[in-house]
Design a protein around this ligand. Structure first.
Ligand SMILES: C[S@@+](CC[C@H](N)C(=O)[O-])C[C@H]1O[C@@H](n2cnc3c(N)ncnc32)[C@H](O)[C@@H]1O
Length: 235
């Protein structure tokens, strides 16, 4: 099991202060939220949020941007894609795609053990058990045989850049996924909160082709320091 649980995440400690620390979303009580992304989902996605096992238990801003982007621009383009989400938390992005885009499943949402029950809960809550699989994928660790066999070619990652010690682990997993499937595309949305986040992007630009993606809402979300990229292999 990976070690990056909420308790080991320094920026979630109220006692921890960094000079360039921007506020992260506030904790809130467990709740179920309904989202239709401005009508892009005819039937709303129900997402249970609960922070008791980790920070992925709530909706994050980059997840909202990426989910909406996929629904708006990829609704008809994913029919034959093999889709996998990294750091899915409660499954915001992957479940939105499974609900609103034409896919010939299965779609994998992945995270650490701490998020496993919440992922399963939200898959069932939306009646998506036949199309979505929630599995464990700890960044930095070898990919499981199930993922190797699946060979994902569309990878979703939202708000996965927030904890510096995890940067090399995420980088390694992205590299492993490109080794497995060099024609894969990663849709990557992140919110810049501190200077180190740009170091992740600088390293990503060295290793992968990184392209900023067009989106009609870009001028709005970029004001919130949210960035939307695609990564492809340099090979
Ligand atoms: C900030 S949350 C984003 C959740 C969701 N993608 C969203 O946008 O709402 C980051 C997620 O990454 C996961 N994560 C952190 N470190 C990880 C690791 N080493 N391996 C796998 N997942 C990790 C966390 O458990 C958490 O669910």
């Amino acid at each position: 099991m990976g070690s990056l649980s909420r308790s080991s995440t320094p920026e979630f400690s109220p006692l921890e202060v960094a000079e360039d620390l921007a506020p992260l979303p506030e904790y809130k009580a467990a709740t179920t939220t309904a989202l239709d992304f401005d009508g892009l989902l005819p039937e709303p996605l129900k997402l249970h949020e609960d922070l008791k096992t980790g920070c992925g238990g709530q909706l994050w801003p980059a997840g909202m941007v990426l989910a909406k982007h996929m629904l708006r621009y990829h609704r008809e383009k994913l029919e034959n894609a093999r889709i996998l989400e990294l750091g899915a938390g409660g499954g915001l992005v992957g479940l939105s795609v499974a609900k609103g885009c034409k896919i010939n499943g299965p779609l994998y949402i992945t995270d650490q053990l701490e998020m496993y029950d919440l992922m399963q809960h939200n898959i069932a809550l939306n009646g998506l058990t036949d199309r979505v699989k929630g599995v464990l994928l700890n960044w930095g660790e070898p990919l499981s045989q199930e993922i190797v066999d699946f060979r994902p070619n569309v990878i979703l990652a939202a708000d996965c850049v927030y904890f510096e010690p995890a940067f090399p682990l995420l980088h390694k997993t992205l590299g492993d996924l490109f080794t497995l499937c060099p024609e894969a595309t990663v849709y990557f949305c992140f919110k810049k909160r501190r200077r180190a986040d740009m170091q992740f992007m600088a390293k990503a630009k060295k290793a992968f082709h990184v392209t900023e993606i067009e989106d009609d809402d870009r001028s709005i979300f970029s004001r919130e320091k949210l960035f939307l990229y695609s990564f492809t292999s340099k090979r």
